[in-house]
Write a protein that binds this ligand. Structure first.
Ligand SMILES: [Zn+2]
Length: 157
């Protein structure tokens, strides 16, 4: 599971060089950042970040300068568990390009209800504060990548 955490203003990441926790603000996620302690280069998380509360989720969606890909999942869902390693692979390649969030609909039921998630896994893509696409069902890393690339490109302006 991801070591990165979310709060209301940014993603908290651990510096790979000195181990200090740094906050990458959502609004500037697309720009390069440096560790406040040792000046090592920091990048947006290269792994899916688990969402623990709706307020943090809303903050990311509202202010992220990068497109946000959300995986609605639950621990008891077999296809979700099958897709998890695929999503990890995608996240490694998409660091600094998109943010990938995981919403456990059992842990944060408010979000599953609000977005009327009827089946899991469901991938939803957000850009500029709104949902631009969603797709239900498990996918391979290549298919996830293609799905996001296509939809983000269509909505970029
Ligand atoms: Zn550091």
């Amino acid at each position: 599971m991801s070591s990165a955490k979310l709060d209301r203003s940014g993603v908290l990441v651990t510096c790979p060089s000195c181990g200090k926790t740094n906050r990458l603000r959502y609004a500037t996620l697309a720009s390069a950042a440096r560790c406040g302690a040792c000046q090592a280069r920091l990048t947006a998380p290269a792994e899916p970040v688990e969402v623990s509360d709706a307020a943090a989720f809303d903050a990311v969606i509202a202010s992220s300068s990068l497109p946000v890909v959300v995986d609605f999942w639950a621990p008891w869902c077999g296809p979700c568990r099958m897709m998890a390693p695929e999503l990890d692979k995608v996240a490694k390649g998409a660091a600094g390009e998109w943010v990938i969030l995981k919403v456990n609909t059992d842990a944060v039921p408010e979000l599953g209800d609000r977005f009327r998630i009827r089946s899991i896994p469901t991938l939803a893509i957000f850009q500029g504060g709104r949902e631009i696409h969603r797709a239900a069902g498990a996918r391979s890393a290549a298919d996830i990548r293609a799905l996001v690339d296509k939809n983000v490109a269509v909505h970029a302006s």
